[in-house]
Write a protein that binds this ligand. Structure first.
Ligand code: ADP
Length: 594
């Protein structure tokens, strides 16, 4: 639609009104002026004829007609007024302009008739005698109560019109000036109306851009001022509402973001309404702004889509378990429900995902652990049972063989004992780790290392292996001495077990800016690199037979790992086949963990 500016809607009307007023006033004043002027002129003529009336009465009674004509001419010369004297019969006896004899009977002239009947006659009409428009004023001439003639004064209208025309001219000029002034004034007025409207429009534009705190300047025009105030009020309310909504949204987002559970909300077309940080992490969604996109574009998991579909149709289970692929499988416990708006209308679905991967893995670890433990225990128990049965049968009578059998039973019992001891230690360390109740104290490492070496000294001596220390034994670290001692015994024991006679095992203390490091360095068989990542797992052994002969349980290193973790540190291994291995315990420096 083509829009006309307000100014061009108002202005023509202003102008029409102004012109109409000026025209009406001009015409009216011209007419009034003309009427006034005619009345004035008539009165003037009347006064003039009144002044000379008596002179003519005298001349008429004596019938001095030539004299009358003379006086008439004389009067015209002195006053510029044409004078005519007519007898009651209508015969003209004197005229200042013409010879009376050449003039027709004037008894039919309106002013003459009026003068005879009313005593005063007036007319404005065309003069046949003079061939132009004239104004006539006539009055009866009476002598002793009897009308003996009529005196008539007249003026050419052309003179009157000249005067009037110049007046009309001035009035018209004045009118035109008034029209121009009115046009300018109404243009200014229209513009003045437009200006506050422009202010309103600019203010509304600002509001639309969201600048709600920038109010519109109120106008001194009452109506527009009220509109501005109403708009400012509306903007303030809008601002408050938006603030409130933003605050609520931020709170909601903060809650959703801080949740460990993944939350996915979709509309009925399965377009995403909200996907919280945890859910993005669970399905490795990189982009943050996904609202409005289809769920299947963002998360490629058919089980989840089926579940959402079931929730939306309202007939599926509201809870189930999902598996998500990827580099490693992840397990989710999902719960879904219909999303409803304020009017309780279903607008979509919301799904909450709990990552139960750790739980699942722990279950697997536990299952494996039970299987491993059973397996580890089964071997010595089977062996003990076998030898005990043989002995019971009484078929073995040779004392040497008997001793040998009993020796085997004892060794297997030791082995069982060792496994049970290690399992107990492991579970104890794990429990302490879980409860985080291990007290750490800053003590010099020398004492703990010396005790651990003492424990292993007999075995080392018997195997012909030298035990040595290196580094500053006075170095302090935040440790739990009995636990660290246990870890060191395990490492030194392994170093002795997997080294040949004549080799040296060194326990070294070193320090960096962040860590205190205790290294157990051997010159033994070494471990090939493919085993290193799994070395600290429970029951993991590189060489089963060798471990068994050495009295190993496969639990030693996993105990070490847990103890070091309790200290807030980490354990590492570096090894070269045939050259030896270095196990290092890294303890953090600085803060004392309790
Ligand atoms: P084990 O009781 O069998 O020694 P550990 O958990 O202590 O069990 O060690 C796991 C495996 O790591 C051992 O079976 C052994 O093969 C290997 N291992 C541990 N320490 C050393 C070492 N110092 N040199 C070579 N191999 C080692």
């Amino acid at each position: 639609m083509r829009r006309k500016q307000l100014i061009w809607r108002l202005y023509p009307w202003f102008l029409i009104i102004a012109v109409a007023v000026v025209v009406v006033v001009t015409v009216y004043s011209s007419l009034t002026l003309r009427r006034f002027y005619l009345t004035q002129t008539a009165d003037d003529l009347k006064a003039r004829i009144e002044m000379v009336k008596d002179e003519f009465v005298a001349l008429l009674t004596t019938e001095e007609y030539p004299r009358i004509e003379e006086v008439c001419r004389h009067l015209e010369q002195s006053s510029g007024t044409r004078m005519t004297i007519v007898l009651t019969s209508g015969k003209v006896v004197g005229d200042s302009e013409r010879n009376p004899d050449s003039m027709d009977n004037h008894g039919d002239r309106r002013e003459v008739i009026e003068a005879l009947s009313t005593g005063r006659g007036e007319a404005v009409r065309f003069s046949y005698t003079l061939q132009r428009d004239m104004m006539y004023v006539a009055a009866p001439l009476t002598h002793e109560g009897k009308t003996i003639g009529i005196i008539r004064g007249s003026l050419p209208l052309s003179r009157l019109d000249e005067t009037l025309h110049s007046a009309y001219h001035k009035i018209a000029l004045g009118g035109a000036a008034a029209v121009v002034l009115a046009a300018i004034a109404s243009l200014i007025a229209a513009r003045r109306i437009r200006r506050p409207l422009d202010t309103l429009r600019l203010g509304a534009d600002r509001f639309a851009r969201g600048e709600l705190t920038n109010p519109i300047a109120t106008s001194d025009v009452a109506e527009i001022g009220r509109v501005a105030e109403a708009m400012n009020h509306m903007a303030r309310q809008l601002h408050d509402h938006i603030e409130e909504i933003l605050r609520q949204r931020n709170e909601q987002e903060a809650v959703l973001a801080s949740m460990v559970e993944g939350v996915v909300a979709v509309d009925r077309e399965e377009r995403i309404i909200s996907l919280n940080q945890a859910a993005r992490r669970m399905f490795a969604v990189a982009s943050e702004d996904v609202s409005g996109r289809f769920l299947h574009e963002i998360i490629r998991n058919s089980d989840l889509h089926r579940f959402v579909g079931q929730v939306l149709s309202g007939d599926g289970p509201a809870e189930r378990e999902l598996v998500a692929g990827g580099r490693e499988e992840r397990y989710f416990q999902v719960q879904g429900s219909i999303l409803r708006d304020a009017a309780d209308k279903a607008i979509g679905a919301v799904v909450v995902l709990n990552d139960i991967t750790r739980l699942r893995r722990l279950e697997v670890v536990r299952r494996d652990f039970v299987a491993n433990v059973s397996h580890e225990l089964k071997t010595p128990v089977t062996s003990i049972k076998g030898f005990a049965e043989t002995l019971l049968e009484g078929s073995v009578t040779d004392p040497a063989e008997l001793r040998n059998f009993l020796g085997i039973i004892l060794r297997q019992t030791d082995r069982l004992n060792a496994i049970i001891d290690d399992l107990l230690t492991l579970s104890q360390v794990e429990q302490e780790q879980e409860r985080a109740e291990v007290a750490l104290a800053q003590v010099p490492l020398g004492g703990v290392i010396a005790t651990a070496m003492e424990v292993c000294a007999y075995k080392a001596d018997r195997k012909g292996i030298r035990l040595e220390t290196a580094g500053n034994m006075e170095t302090n670290a935040a440790i739990n001495p009995p636990l660290l001692e246990q870890a060191l015994v395990n490492l030194i024991d392994n170093a002795i077990n997997y080294s040949e006679a004549g080799k040296t095992v060194v326990v070294e203390v070193a320090q960096t800016a962040e860590e205190t490091i205790i290294r157990v360095i051997d010159q033994g068989v070494g471990i090939s690199s493919e085993h290193l990542p799994r070395l600290f797992e429970r029951f993991y052994r590189v060489d089963r037979a060798r471990s068994r002969t050495a009295g190993g349980t496969g639990l030693g290193l996993s105990i070490v790992k847990h103890i070091v973790q309790i200290h807030g540190g980490k354990v590492e291994v570096a090894s070269t086949i045939g050259k030896g291995s270095t196990f290092s315990i890294h303890l953090p420096r600085g803060s004392v963990k309790s």
